[in-house]
Design a protein around this ligand. Sequence first.
Ligand code: FE2
Length: 430
Amino acid sequence: MLDLVVRAAHLVGVKGLVDVAVRGGTIVEIAPRIDATAIREIDAAGHLVAPPFVDPHFHMDATLSLGLPRLNQSGTLLEGIALWGELKPLLTPEAVMERALRYCDLAVSQGLLAIRSHVDVCDDALTATEALIEVRRRVAPYIDLQLVAFPQDGLFRSPTAEANLLRALDMGVDVVGGIPHFERTMQAGADSVRRLCEIAADRGLPVDLHCDESDDPMSRHIETLAAETMRLGLQGRVVGSHCTSMHSMDNYYASKLIPLIAEAALHIVPNPLINITLQGRSDTYPRRRGLTRVPELREAGVNVAFGQDCTMDPWYSLGSADMLEVAHMGIHAVPMTSRDAMAWAFNSVTLGGAAAMGLPDPTLRVGGPASLVVLQARDRIEAVRMRATRLFVVRNGRVLSETAPRLAQLSLPGRPAMLDPAAYAPIAED
Ligand code: FE2
């Protein structure tokens, strides 16, 4: 007897529809027809069955705080940081945990089961850090939550940031964070990159820096990050997040920089929803998009994984824990509309995110964990196009969430009564 069987699933890279058999939390067989009975059967009905979504860049300490203590009037990054500074002294562990756990519920319903969240350590009480460590413990059965010690006000610019960051790491925070472009000078920013990479090397931890999140073409901390990664032997476990200044860099310099990023095996995490709304704010027209150079980085072999960054907080008043919305915006903001690129965008918010977080490859395969999402879409492009409904969300063989398919009841003479808006693509992906 199986624990679970998912019938008539479309798996990426697998010809025809298949059944997926699960026992003890593991996929034990994938075949066109599995006759064994199971405690639970899910009929995927030809829909796409994919690994769960991954968000490699988020701020769970600020999420769902929209309007506290006021709204961001200018919509800029800097007013967002100032607003967060006003909210920080008002935070309580209970309020941070309550918002974070509510967000995690939403994430599960969206099939988002791995999240890397930055947590601001520039509060001497480390209120949010303590609260999110507890949240990480509570959600561990269903979400891989990694925490990044993030000195929001600058490692050197904030007098107690370094001591607090080290304390947060001592408390069990997983990743070393930073914000070099927010230090007082370019030199201080470069020094912060060096210091943070040394801390990570000493402690055997990964690094994930907010890096060059500006429109300044001379903001080049990503270069220092690549060089320090190689100097300290950190290849493969370092992420440069945002990297929006690369959008505005001189093309010749970028042609030298991108191979350096590839050589250092950095992961690059753009955040399309935020980058498209926060960058180019000081431009008149033409107004820059601000997203980093995704196609060129991909072409160089760099792992590029889209992140969400924010949901209803001082920086972004929208968001819904939907990584397909993130991929959708990435496709538009880059722009990249070839079928290959759009299918890649789906992979970016599943496989790419897992690689950036240092998680095992989540590709669905025999012997791998039975963690999957059944989507109301036939393929990856349709899933992105429709921001497909997550019909079933499964983690280690256990169904965590079910959502009814999106269907419209029509009343039109001589026309079908029921409309599935996802079933309209004239061509299939593959
Ligand atoms: Fe961020």
